[in-house]
Structures are given as structure tokens and as C-alpha cells.
Design a protein around this ligand. Structure first.
Ligand code: NAD
Ligand code: UFG
Length: 351
């Protein structure tokens, strides 16, 4: 019989791609999302790709009665927790909203899971928990630090989940937690169908959606934030990872947790990146050569809070989860561009 996985935030950018990969891997998927940063159209498009309906609940994960109802109605085997707010700048302006949404939702979720004896959890963490790393590539045992409220929510949640796992040891728990903390590097790209992708509200903060909106003529010019970093061309270097590879990493993490013996508890962190760093100028050049579109850009001052270089060592995920990113920068850009040209206004366009 298929295992059933509850996906919080499943209507969002990464969650929607994960629903496709989970379904294709034979999991039954239930989505809970409050649609605060997504649209129902994303769920419809996922259904179109997988060729069957998704069980969807519009609810806030902080709403305990609503969440309990879902656990009551379905026999859930595991949870992937994507739901959360994710904009670094906004988190500095509205820290309480971020702590409330991200941290309270996680607390309500794990309380409800414990109540219904569900112990397998995959959590969306971020490379932001490494702060400004002393060197690259980054391994999972690097010191953790947060440099903004968003990052602190991720760090707190990781700590909470590690504490839960430790408590199992002290309590000699019969059904210990099996938790994977997946630290994403920079997710980009879209599903190869062009049906689902990233649909940011307003002006994008992140490089790839900004770049593609300049290329399509929705935005005038890309600002390159600084060319005086100690990197090969002076611009910031990041580990861009295709969102479908990332989604498949969740399937592998789930398989890994579900294969553990019932009494075997764990809380382990894994980097999900490609292990390759690319600079902003390299991204622009590759974007231009793959799409044939010129990208108007100018060099401006550094963006406060940005770091020079960030890329992953992904050996642990390869060794333990049997996962390695398959797609290259060319794929990431081709798929981003297909999504952008087919959906110039994101999910506003109904197919
Ligand atoms: P997203 O905003 O597209 O998706 C998040 C989804 O969660 C949205 O559909 C939103 O409506 C929903 N949501 C938010 N709060 C909720 C709540 N309280 N109850 C129910 N639903 C709620 O973001 P994404 O890019 O898909 O990111 C998913 C997760 O991955 C987030 O936790 C994010 O912090 C993390 N992450 C993202 C990135 C990135 O660059 N995209 C990088 C590292 C980590
Ligand atoms: N950049 C520009 N111009 C832009 C946008 C970005 O030059 O308009 C540069 C940045 O300075 C950086 C690189 O492009 O060097 C990538 O920036 P993004 O904003 O796309 O991504 P970040 O690495 O800053 O942050 C992202 C997520 C965070 C997450 C982090 C690590 O937004 O939430 O990756 O996972 F914490």
C-alpha cells in the first residue's frame, strides 16, 4: 500500500514541485496550505502534471483544530514541512510575523504529529543557517549562526527538532522521531512541462526571477549587488540547484527515514545543493547564451547582509540518501525561461 505524506506549504514554489515528485515516486500526497504566498492554480497545475486529483486543505498550520482534523481524517505516515515565510528583508521589518508563522507552525505541527503518533518529518531548512561561512564548500558540521530574523527562525526550528530527538533518548521513547533537516542552497528553475514554477508576488528579491523578468521586458534592468567581493569576478557566488533535483531530494530523505526501524530515532541535517558555485556575472552570461536574450544590468553597491560565497559539500546526502543533483545550469535556465515565457504573469495566466 502507498504511504501517505502530508505536505505543508505544498502550493508553494518548492512544495508544488515536491508534490509532483512524491506522487511520481508512489506516495499519496495531502497538501495543507493557507495560500498566503501561493495560488490554488498551482495545485491545479500539479494535478494536471500527475494526472490525478490532490487532496488539498486550505488551512493555517498554526490552526491546531484544523490540523488535527486532517490527521483524524487520514492515516498519515510522514510530513514534509515547507510552510513558512521566507523573505530575508521582510523578516527584518516584520520579525514577529516571521517568528509567529515559522516557529509556531512548527510547534503546532510536532505537537499534532506526536498526538497522532506520526514520527517521520522532513523539514525545509536553509543554507542561511551557516551565516557567513569561514570557508567553502560548506559541510553540515560547520558552525551555525543566523544573521537575520528569517535565518533565526530556521535555526530555532532546527534546535527545537534536535531537542525533540534528544528528549527521545532521555525518555527511552517507543516511537522516536525520525527527522531530516534539509538545508537548501539556492533553488531555481521550474518543472520541464512549464506548468509550475516560481511565481513571486511583486518585484522579486532573488536573482533568477529578477533576471528572467528583465529578459522578458517586465523589469528594466538588473542591479548586480557589488563587484568587489573576494570572488573570481568580484560578484557573489552561490550554489544554484534545480528545484526538481531539490524535490527529488525530499523523496530520497523520506525513503531514508521510512526505511529506519520503528525504534530507531534520529535528527540529521543534509545539504541539498550541487556543490558548484556560480557568480552573478556567470549567471547573466549563461542566461544570455542559453536564451538568446540580452539582459540589461548595472553594477551597484553591495546589498546589506549578503555574503561573498556560499556553496555546498553534498557528500553526506550522496552517501546516506543516495541523492545527487542531476541537472546543470543550462537545464536550470532553460526551464526557468520556458516557465517565464509560458506564464509571463505567473499563475495569473490560467492554462
Ligand atoms: P513559498 O512561499 O513559495 O512556499 C511556502 C508555502 O507555505 C506557500 O504556499 C504559503 O502559502 C504557505 N504557508 C506559509 N505559511 C503558512 C502557514 N502558517 N500555514 C499554511 N501554509 C503556509 O516558498 P518556497 O520557496 O517554496 O519555500 C518553501 C520552504 O523552503 C520555506 O520554508 C522556505 O523558508 C524554505 N527555503 C526556501 C528557499 C528558497 O530560496 N526558495 C531557500 C531555503 C529554504
Ligand atoms: N543578486 C543581485 N541582484 C539581484 C538579486 C540578487 O546581484 O537583484 C545577487 C546577490 O547579491 C547574491 C546572488 O545574486 O550574490 C543570489 O541572491 P539571491 O537573493 O537570489 O539569493 P541569496 O543567496 O541572497 O538568498 C537565498 C534565499 C535565502 C536563503 C539563501 C540560502 O533568498 O532565503 O538563499 O539558502 F537563505
Amino acid at each position: 500500500m502507498n504511504k501517505t505524506v502530508l505536505v505543508t506549504g505544498g502550493a508553494g514554489y518548492i512544495g508544488s514541485h515536491a508534490c509532483v515528485e512524491l506522487s511520481e515516486a508512489g506516495y499519496d500526497v495531502i497538501v495543507v496550505d493557507n495560500l498566503s504566498n501561493s495560488q490554488m492554480e498551482a495545485v491545479r497545475r500539479v494535478e494536471q502534471i500527475i494526472g490525478k486529483p490532490l487532496v488539498f486543505y486550505q488551512a493555517d498550520v498554526r490552526d491546531k483544530p484544523a490540523l488535527s482534523d486532517i490527521f483524524q481524517q487520514h492515516k498519515i505516515d510522514a510530513v514534509i514541512h515547507f510552510a513558512g515565510l521566507k523573505a530575508v528583508g521582510e523578516s527584518c521589518q516584520q520579525p514577529v510575523a516571521y517568528y509567529h508563522n515559522n516557529n509556531v507552525s512548527t510547534l503546532v505541527l510536532v505537537e499534532t504529529m506526536a498526538q497522532f503518533k506520526v514520527s517521520h518529518l522532513v523539514f525545509s531548512s536553509s543554507a542561511t543557517v551557516y551565516g557567513d561561512p569561514q570557508s567553502v564548500p560548506i559541510t553540515e558540521d560547520f558552525p551555525l549562526q543566523a544573521t537575520n530574523p528569517y535565518g533565526r527562525t530556521k535555526l530555532f526550528i532546527e534546535d527545537i527538532l534536535r531537542d525533540l530527538s534528544q528528549a527521545d533518548v532521555l525518555n527511552n521513547a517507543e516511537l522516536p522521531w525520525k527527522i531530516a533537516l534539509l538545508r537548501y542552497f539556492n533553488p531555481v528553475g521550474a518543472h520541464s512541462s512549464g506548468l509550475i514554477g516560481e511565481s513571486p508576488n511583486g518585484i522579486p528579491n532573488n536573482l533568477m526571477p529578477y533576471l528572467s523578468q528583465v529578459a522578458i521586458g517586465k523589469l528594466e534592468k538588473l542591479s548586480v549587488f557589488g563587484d568587489d567581493y573576494a570572488t573570481r569576478d568580484g560578484t557573489g557566488v552561490r550554489d544554484y540547484i534545480h528545484v526538481v533535483d531539490l524535490a527529488q531530494g525530499h523523496v530520497k530523505a523520506l525513503d531514508y527515514l521510512l526505511a529506519k526501524a520503528t525504534d530507531e530515532g534520529l535528527c540529521e541535517a543534509f545539504n541539498l545543493g550541487t556543490g558548484q558555485g556560480n557568480s552573478v556575472l556567470e549567471m547573466i552570461e549563461t542566461f544570455q547564451s542559453v536564451t538568446g536574450q540580452m539582459v540589461n544590468y548595472q553594477i551597484v553597491d553591495r546589498r546589506p547582509g549578503d555574503i561573498a560565497e556560499c556553496y555546498a559539500n553534498t557528500d553526506l546526502a550522496e552517501k546516506k540518501l543516495g541523492w545527487k543533483a542531476q541537472k546543470n545550469l543550462h537545464d536550470m535556465i532553460t526551464d526557468t525561461w520556458r516557465w517565464q515565457t509560458k506564464n509571463p504573469n505567473g499563475y495569473e495566466e490560467k492554462l
